[in-house]
Design a protein around this ligand. Structure first.
Ligand code: NAD
Length: 500
């Protein structure tokens, strides 16, 4: 059985506590490992290690830091199959999906390879007579990352390659549900040449998280997870004077205009609503057809496709839909389905009662489709985080836009149309952070930034891309006078460049 501790000073460390949590294979419901849950004292010693490594790493030239990233990128590519297998076993997603996750993470490492260019400052010659001004970006210090179960490799990779390349040291607290892949990736960072103490992993639960949020040596916190926890992380960390970005939950709508190509829409919805069992913060969970006729055509096209989805464990190469992460998620999704039925939504495809021989205790739920969902229902309002798609019929395009803008979440959204005017109006007016036009999951590439609006993000910075560089650095601006011997006399008023 797999036994996971912590990773500190470039070595595995068991920690000092005996508190553990079970790691489960969601396809069987069986325990496959145990993860140690850190105490506050363990967190303190790991943060101290990161703080000790900071001065030398921050002083390492960016080009040298980039060399580690180049090596790291090659190692991630070389080990993709191994990493995908590891994460699928604990998460349950299909192998192609797991490989895709690693590939998207590698893109961020590639972005971080360009750090010498990204950290270039600004220089103004002669802002006044003999006075020049320039700005540089310096590392913030020790950064903590707290990440969710649904992308155990990719979401941490959104954070630490950029943070480390910027000259910070990092303490990652991964999800306790699928922590193994991060531990293997930590070993790859050592192989890539990262000095000891620059990247550390502490495993744990609320106790470890709170210790990070309260630690005076932690300067910044990157969080990705649910909105309830994200809001808590944001308020506790900011109360402690830390910089925070907390990327949170979502309810993503896909608007289907009457002129949309229905085959393209159906393909898009099948992948974006049911891929990864709907456990993506960018999953589409509300389809919004405009007009009754569009809605009828959409539902008719979706039903056979959802019924045909292959529900199977990741070990079956033909699997399209794996299990959800835990018994708790399985029960929560079932209770949402019950609530939807109670409130009068029509369950036109019922994915409950999956029966897979040999996997009877696994957390499998087949694709579910609700029609005639209204905006007052909990299946519309809440993030279900499972393979459940709701069709919410809109009478007009404006009604669709108003519906999305009124929703408390604003992570991603998409419109499918052949009408350029509608598409442009949509992306301009919609109050959502990431928008797709005929693209169902508009996850930005690594050199752009990922982040939602409204209650999908607390804090000012999106993640990776230039927003990531800004989050992990502080701006410093110098004003210098050379030659230094020029006398101006005492100045008692505040002069600007033009006055001198
Ligand atoms: P979660 O909020 O339960 O857990 C996230 C992290 O917070 C984990 O490391 C966990 O150990 C920690 N945590 C949990 N409870 C805590 C508590 N009471 N105090 C302190 N820390 C605590 O989220 P999850 O279930 O692992 O992941 C799913 C959620 O993540 C979904 O809501 C999904 O939308 C969201 N998510 C958002 C994005 C995004 O970019 N917006 C990306 C991926 C996932």
């Amino acid at each position: 059985m797999n036994s996971i501790g912590h990773f500190v000073s470039n070595e595995h460390w068991p920690g000092t506590t005996s508190r553990v949590a079970s790691i489960t294979n969601p396809a069987t419901g069986g325990e496959i490992g145990k993860v140690t849950l850190a105490s506050k004292a363990d967190v303190d010693s790991i943060v101290q290690t990161a703080a000790d490594a900071l001065p030398a790493w921050a002083a390492t030239p960016p080009a040298k830091r980039a060399m580690v990233m180049f090596e790291f990128r090659d190692l991630l590519k070389k080990h993709t199959d191994e990493l995908a297998e590891m994460l699928s076993k604990e998460h349950g997603k299909t192998i192609p999906d797991a490989k895709g996750e690693v590939a998207r993470g590698i893109e961020v490492v590639e972005f971080a390879c360009g750090i010498p260019h990204l950290l270039k400052g600004e220089y103004s010659e002669a802002v006044s007579s003999n006075v020049d001004s320039f700005s540089v970006r310096q590392p913030v210090g020790v950064v903590a990352g707290i990440t969710p179960f649904n992308f155990p490799a990719m979401v941490p990779l959104w954070m630490y390659p950029v943070a480390i390349a910027c000259g910070n040291t990092f303490v990652l607290k991964p999800s306790e549900k699928d922590p193994s892949v991060v531990m293997r990736i930590a070993e790859l960072l050592v192989e890539a040449g990262l000095p000891a103490g620059v990247f550390n992993v502490v495993n744990g639960d609320k106790e470890a998280v709170d210790a990070l949020l309260d630690h005076p040596l932690v300067e910044a916190v990157s969080f990705v997870g649910s909105t309830t926890i994200g809001e808590y992380i944001y308020s506790r960390s900011t109360a402690n004077g830390k910089r925070v970005q907390a990327l949170c939950g979502a309810k993503n709508h896909l608007v289907v205009m009457p002129d949309a190509d229905m085959e393209q829409v159906t393909d898009a919805l099948i992948g974006s609503a049911y891929g990864s069992a709907g456990e993506r913060c960018m999953a589409i969970s509300a389809a919004v057809p405009v007009g009754e006729e569009t809605a009828d055509r959409l539902v008719e096209a979706l039903i056979p496709r959802i019924q045909a989805l292959k529900v199977a464990p990741y070990t079956d190469p033909s699997s399209e839909l794996g299990p959800v992460i835990s018994k708790q998620s399985f029960d929560r999704i079932h209770s949402y389905i019950d609530e939807g039925l109670d409130k009068g939504a029509k369950l036109v495809v019922d994915g409950r009662n999956v029966n897979l021989q040999g996997y009877e205790d696994g957390y499998f739920i087949g694709g579910c489709l609700f029609d005639h969902v209204t905006t007052d229902m909990s299946i519309y309002k809440d993030e279900i985080f499972g393979p459940v798609l709701s069709v919410v019929r809109a009478g007009s395009y404006d009604e669709a836009v108003d519906m999305i803008n009124a929703h408390e979440y604003g992570n991603g959204t998409a419109i499918f149309t052949r009408d350029g005017d509608a598409a442009r109006d949509f992306w301009a007016r919609i109050r959502v952070g990431m928008v797709g036009v005929n693209v169902p999951i508009p996850v930005p590439v690594a050199y752009h930034s990922f982040g939602g609006w409204k209650r999908s993000l607390f804090g000012d910075h999106h993640i990776h891309g230039m927003e990531g560089v800004r989050f992990y650095t502080r701006l410093k601006t110098m004003t210098t006078r050379w030659p230094s011997g020029i006398r101006t006399g005492a100045e008692f008023h505040f002069t600007g460049g033009k006055d001198v």
